[in-house]
Design a protein around this ligand. Structure first.
Ligand SMILES: C[S@@+](CC[C@H](N)C(=O)[O-])C[C@H]1O[C@@H](n2cnc3c(N)ncnc32)[C@H](O)[C@@H]1O
Length: 231
């Protein structure tokens, strides 16, 4: 069976639709800083090392400011968490829940935000037909339904990386945006292919877009979030 990379090449005619384009990082930085300034917010972000890069920060800012999700799930604490907290403070988004596995890191980030940072150590679980180390998704759901999900944790694995996110696909609202970071990596592409398969099996009318800069993001969206695939 052709890999997701090969299928994208076939559909789009592009050599590698997921390859990072580091030169675009400065463009997304400018756009992010401009939108931040329009909101009257200071740039206190550190998009360095393993943290969210500028295209991810830009994407979160636009999804928050323009689509105003009612309930956000931020998977993997860090700069993304600080940005969602800022958007919530400004009334752009409703509930925010951050999911984190590292208690120290979770506590450090939780001390800087007003929303809940749920720390659940990784545990061995079976999701999407595979056994993996992942979060306690039942505790994350707890009767909640998220219309914006950004998956940037836990740390990636060579294959089927962050596959635990598949356990959230069974209870998505009709209109949603789902962002998977690090889409250029083989492990994340396994998961992206599984998200496609699941949404198709569920007969969801969805679209997908890719942002490329220092890292790449895949954006799945339905309903009123569909334009988010063109950002
Ligand atoms: C890719 S990072 C998450 C990044 C986050 N979404 C952001 O926007 O910066 C994945 C995981 O790495 C760990 N991590 C990230 N930054 C860290 C740091 N500075 N110190 C310790 N752990 C960190 C956390 O457990 C986090 O959930």
């Amino acid at each position: 069976m052709p890999s997701l990379r090969q299928r994208w090449r076939h559909w789009t005619g592009r050599a590698d639709a997921f390859a990072p384009e580091p030169g675009l990082e400065a463009i997304y930085r400018d756009l992010f800083l401009r939108e931040l300034a329009l909101l009257g917010e200071e740039d206190r972000f550190f998009p360095t090392g393993g943290a969210a890069n500028y295209s991810l920060l830009y994407l979160i800012l636009r999804i928050g400011a323009e689509f105003q999700p009612a309930s956000v799930l931020d998977v993997g604490a860090g700069q993304s968490t600080l940005l969602w907290a800022m958007l919530q403070r400004r009334g752009c988004v409703g509930e925010v829940l951050t999911l984190e596995n590292d208690p120290e890191w979770g506590a450090r980030i939780a001390g800087q935000v007003g929303h809940e940072v749920l720390v659940t150590p990784l545990r061995r679980m079976r999701v999407g037909g595979r056994t993996m180390m992942t979060y306690d998704w039942t505790a994350a759901q707890a009767g909640r339904r998220f219309d914006a999900i950004v998956c940037d944790g836990p740390r990636g694995t060579p294959r089927h990386s962050r596959g635990g996110i598949l356990s959230m696909l069974g209870d998505l609202p009709p209109d949603f945006a789902l962002v998977l970071d690090d889409a250029e990596r083989d492990g994340e592409q396994d998961t992206i292919a599984q998200v496609h398969a699941r949404l198709q099996a569920d007969k969801r009318d969805y679209a997908v877009g890719v942002l490329r800069a220092a890292k790449s993001q895949a954006v799945f969206a339905t309903g009123r979030f569909l334009p988010a695939t063109f950002l």
